[in-house]
Design a protein. Structure first.
Length: 600
């Protein structure tokens, strides 16, 4: 018979990206007393990854624990972007409740729908926290109404729809049960967690069962697995069995058992059913597998994760500049790195192709794959990637494609242009709201392939003032063909160094991606043509100097600022027959020669 463990609460923090999850966790940590009075406390302490701090988003789920009223509260901070939904899905199986954070101004957004749907499917009853109420032009009560509408739309049961909710500010460090009550701290939220999140259910007298939900690595301990003890007691130094996905069993020993306290992992002697722990001792492990007692090993149900929707080809770099900037450049090194990523990235798929230099990599979206690419280039890898392609499926004998929910917040004068551009891409408008501040909110359902390359058009249509976000919705029958072709590209005619003189002479041809002094090679994409056709130009040409004109005359001229090509912009921009060359120092676009196109 299962029993409740009263001194523990396990809760996940879920929300749309940038609605304040990590900032709220900061406030809970600070007010729980885990920091010394004189200790310097960084902001977004849970975002330990360099990319997370630079982009201001959570990429990897993380565990922490605080103590309140003699109860240990295990908190899991999850990503808000749907591309990292694999992180959200697996950690929801570790917890008994969740805290849904919603921006008081924006209300529910696309990723709110995604993370809430996953929580409801797990049978969790969320606590809703309406955040950022201390900002101007907010409407917290309307945000709660919209959240209720979303609960009903997602098929929540009566108990889930009767959700508790609070108002407050993670940045301000306060929470309150209603807008009329004054509060200076997070005590109402702590009390709500103890009151509404049920204690974990398990039986410490049963044989050990721990499910692996997260993987980590330490230079001292090797592979570290993180998971929840569903039944039994786990002890430091004990023998245990690892039950693999295919049912095979491997014997091992718990060489180190760790618990969570604030931001630290502390060594512990044992942990009981319901607790979250980290342990070392097993090297070849996968997400969802079970660590059990050696005498009566019984597996827990495997964790189901949504399949990838986007696919790219990773290729060994063979451009004229190959090997000049990267540390890891061979096919073996590329393959080993991609296979290593599979150990921790549950939503990723890597498959070999008929060429030893090419690998098919599938993920949940452009951001998901883009983070992998950026991480690898920072580690010293040099490679090429192809244009992202959506993954089609056959369901019930019908060809189907992934469809996404797209929400845009745009100036009123841009509404017509955005509707027109999405109509061409088979987008279907679901809702439109016009505010009093000269901005409108539009919601569309649009094929995933219709969003590839759309962001650039969106920025131009809204003159950089629009905000868009999208997340996977479902698979639908193919929605027909459409033309999302951009203009042609400007291509370097020969290898050399771009000159001011040549770029100035060709300025009327289009918009450049490079500056004078940039080293280029034949076939490298250096800009976008003003016309639909591709155009080769010589941008290495120098001016012939004579005694009739001084060489300094051109210093009075100026060039238009080039378009900055970031990794995300490049992934959206490349088209068929083009590759993105990625090195630790550079990002270059290139056209594939005709013979390489034939091989593809």
């Amino acid at each position: 018979m299962s029993v409740q463990i009263p001194a523990i609460r396990n809760i996940a923090i879920i929300a749309h990206v940038d609605h304040g999850k990590t900032t709220l966790v900061d406030a809970l940590l600070c007010q729980s007393g885990i920091f010394r009075e004189n200790e310097a406390i960084p902001t977004c302490v849970m975002d330990s990854n360099d990319l997370e701090r630079e982009r201001g988003i959570t990429i990897l789920s993380k565990n922490t624990a605080v103590t309140y009223s003699d109860t240990r509260i295990n908190i899991v901070d999850t990503p808000g972007h749907a591309d990292f939904g694999g992180e959200v899905e697996r950690v929801l199986g570790m917890v008994d409740g969740c805290l849904l954070i919603v921006d008081a101004n924006e209300g529910p957004m696309p990723q709110t729908r995604f993370v809430l749907k996953k929580a409801l499917e797990q049978g969790l009853r969320p606590i809703v926290f309406v955040n950022k109420i201390d900002r101007a032009r907010v409407d917290p009560e309307t945000a709660v109404d919209k959240v209720l509408d979303l609960f009903l739309e997602l098929g929540a049961d009566d108990d889930q729809c009767d959700f508790p909710y609070l108002f407050g500010s993670g940045l301000g460090g306060f929470a309150k049960p209603d807008m009329d009550t004054e509060s200076e701290n997070m005590k109402p939220l702590f009390e709500a967690i103890l009151r509404h999140v049920p204690p974990p259910v398990g039986d410490s007298n049963k044989p050990l069962q721990l499910q692996i939900t997260t993987l980590d690595y330490s230079d001292f301990l090797g592979r570290i697995v993180i998971g929840r003890v569903h039944n039994g007691i786990i002890r430091n130094g004990q023998n245990a069995s690892l039950i693999k996905e295919d049912g095979t069993i491997k014997k091992g020993r718990i060489s180190k058992l760790l618990g969570f306290k604030g931001l630290q992992r502390i060594e512990i002697d044992n942990a009981s059913a319901g607790d979250l722990v980290a342990l070392a001792g097993f090297d070849e492990v996968n997400i969802g597998e079970t660590i059990a007692c050696p005498d009566e090993p019984k597996a827990l149900p495997l964790i189901k994760v949504d399949e990838p929707t986007l696919q790219m080809t990773f290729v060994v770099n063979d451009s004229p500049f190959a090997g000049k900037e990267g540390k890891f450049v061979t096919s073996r090194q590329l393959r080993d790195r991609l296979k290593k990523e599979l150990l921790t990235n549950v939503a990723l798929r890597v498959e070999d192709t008929n060429s030893p230099d090419r690998f098919s990599v599938s993920g949940r979206g452009e951001l998901h794959l883009g983070i992998l690419i950026e991480t690898m280039r920072r580690e010293g890898y040099e490679f090429q990637v192809s244009q992202p392609q959506v993954i089609f499926r056959t369901m019930g004998g019908t060809p189907c494609e992934p469809v996404e929910t797209l929400v845009m917040d745009i100036p009123d004068e841009s509404v017509g242009a955005c509707i027109e551009k999405l109509g061409v891409r088979r987008g279907e408008m679901q809702n439109m709201e016009t505010g009093n501040d000269g901005r409108s909110q539009l919601e569309f359902v649009v094929p995933s392939r219709g969003l590839i390359g759309f962001r650039g058009e969106f920025v131009r249509a809204t003159r950089g003032e629009g905000i868009m976000s999208h997340s996977f919705f479902e698979y639908r029958p193919m929605m027909g063909e459409f033309d999302s072709r951009r203009n042609g590209v400007l291509i370097a005619f020969e290898q050399g160094t771009a000159t001011f003189y040549a770029l100035k002479n060709a300025e009327g041809r289009g918009q450049f991606f490079i500056n004078p002094g940039t080293k280029v090679y034949k076939g490298m994409i250096i800009g976008e043509n003003n016309r639909p056709q591709d155009l080769e130009i010589n941008i290495c040409k120098t001016k012939q100097l004579t005694n009739m004109r001084s060489s300094g005359a051109e210093e009075l001229d100026t060039l238009q600022s080039p378009t900055e090509i970031t990794l995300e912009r490049a992934l959206e921009y490349i088209g068929p027959g083009e590759m993105l060359e990625v090195t630790p120092e550079s990002i270059r676009l290139r056209k594939l020669p005709a013979k390489k196109m034939a091989k593809r």
